[in-house]
Ligand binder design. Sequence first.
Ligand SMILES: C[S@@+](CC[C@H](N)C(=O)[O-])C[C@H]1O[C@@H](n2cnc3c(N)ncnc32)[C@H](O)[C@@H]1O
Length: 264
Amino acid sequence: MNYIKNNKLAWEDAFKNRRQGWGENHWERLSNETLPFFNEDMVTELRGIGLEGKRIAQFCCNNGRELLSAMQLRPSFGVGFDIAEDFIEQARQIAAKLGQTNCEFVACNILDIDELYHNSFDFIFFTVGAITWFEDLDLLFEKVGKCLRPHGKLIINDSHPFINMLPLPGEDAYDPEHLSQVAYSYFRKEPWIETNGMSYITPEYHSKTFTSFSHTMSSIVNAIVGAGITIKKLNEYDYDIGLTDDYEGKGFPLSFILLCEKSK
Ligand SMILES: C[S@@+](CC[C@H](N)C(=O)[O-])C[C@H]1O[C@@H](n2cnc3c(N)ncnc32)[C@H](O)[C@@H]1O
């Protein structure tokens, strides 16, 4: 899948073009704060599941800050997977600075995670901006299902699919005077193509090409169920978790947490 190879190049290029110092204070926050990098609702869910003594993994972990945060809940071992080698290297450096030895970071495409990790985790999580990088969610959650142990749990905390209908600041269709208007189809099939950097990491620049995909709530749910994973709970929130706060409090669903469990 060429778009995945190109996304790897684009993310690694984004790391090289990161704002000066990006990621360098993460270890301090991880040393001084309780469960940083998670929103309050996610903290509640993580505490509710109870990670102590469990083997956990984050898929698309970027520089590992969220996995390292979850390590505060004393799982027995943690693994972060991400396709971008530079981010994984930064994750290893942050872990070393924290003296965190019971976790590892693996650079690979999620769809190619080694069989070594099959039937291996009690808990897998995805956070904001992760599942959008996969065109075929059936393949993605098939891999999640293989990596979970029986009764292992899965959490996804991501932007709500509804937000894909809303124009974001900087886009032609964005009009701050008309924030109640949707601009794009909920059922959009065409990929999103971006070539102006990754705004939370880099300044705007002429970047390599990022390709991502819209997914409806039903396509997410059906792919999970198709992988033999049971949906336990879906919560929807009217707050944004990473794109823009312009639409907050307007009655739109902007983010969600989905809690699931592998049946057997
Ligand atoms: C927006 S980040 C999400 C992670 C984290 N929540 C964050 O805020 O940084 C998306 C991550 O997905 C990774 N990624 C994209 N496609 C991937 C793939 N096929 N396999 C593994 N990681 C992938 C990118 O390298 C990037 O670090």
